[in-house]
Design a protein around this ligand. Structure first.
Ligand code: GTP
Ligand code: MG
Length: 201
């Protein structure tokens, strides 16, 4: 099976409310995870671009959903990260509402790339998101990000812990080690997105 060319992906729009999306056709894959988990970096690696999705060392309180177009009826979506401690509670609540309503209501959404820092997997919010995805029958592809921060044997241990825990909830689980810095797992991510795209055509 040929992989889609992701290199020509471009920024489409940002919205702060679901009702502003205004695109109801095509197929969408969203990147979700804690703030600072590496979502924007993963999108840049996927698309082989340096600054498509902005990456920051200091996670912020932005609450925008960013849409990128891969090809005419295929989009990737950078969801605002959750759990950033320094944001006021009012902003956190708004985030939750935005993310939850996106996951619950978004018809073109056909898959979630679920990112967790390999050093801190399966935190409280992660479990909420998994439950919503299960509830809505949205398939999940798990990336254990920043794996370059651990030794190979630590990576293996973390992988096994996550795999074992997720097996309890998910019938079909895909967990991959991922590093945007070392370009680990990028091909697997590209293949999975291509599979989801074709399955939903
Ligand atoms: N070591 C290492 N650091 C990474 C990797 N990917 C991202 N980072 C760093 O982690 C920080 C956060 O990365 P982002 O891609 O901005 O994370 P994000 O999930 O988009 O964050 P928010 O937009 O705040 O939700 C940045 O300082 C990145 O340089 C990786 O593969 N390895
Ligand atoms: Mg980001």
């Amino acid at each position: 099976m040929s992989i889609i060319n992701y290199n020509r992906t471009f920024f489409l729009k940002s919205v702060s409310k679901i009702s502003d999306i205004n695109i109801e056709y095509g197929i969408e894959i969203a990147f979700i995870g804690y703030s600072n988990s590496g979502k924007s970096s993963a999108i840049n690696s996927l698309t082989n671009q340096k600054k498509l999705a902005r990456c920051s060392k200091t996670p912020g309180c932005t609450q925008l959903i960013n849409f990128f177009q891969v090809i005419s009826n295929f989009r990737i979506v950078d969801l605002p990260g959750y759990g950033y401690a320094k944001c006021p509670i009012s902003i956190k609540l708004k985030w939750e509402k935005l993310i939850y309503s996106y996951l619950r209501k978004r018809k073109p959404l056909k898959g979630l790339v679920f990112l967790m820092d390999i050093r801190h997997p399966l935190k409280v919010y992660d479990q909420y998101i998994i439950n919503i995805a299960l509830d809505q029958n949205i398939p999940i592809f798990v990336l254990l990000t920043k794996c370059d921060k651990l030794t190979l044997s630590q990576q293996k241990t973390q992988f096994q812990i996550v795999h074992k825990k997720l097996k309890v909830f998910l019938e079909e689980i895909h967990v991959e080690l991922f590093s945007s810095f070392k370009k680990i797992g990028v091909k697997k991510l590209q293949s999975q997105l291509s599979i989801w795209y074709r399955e939903n055509l």
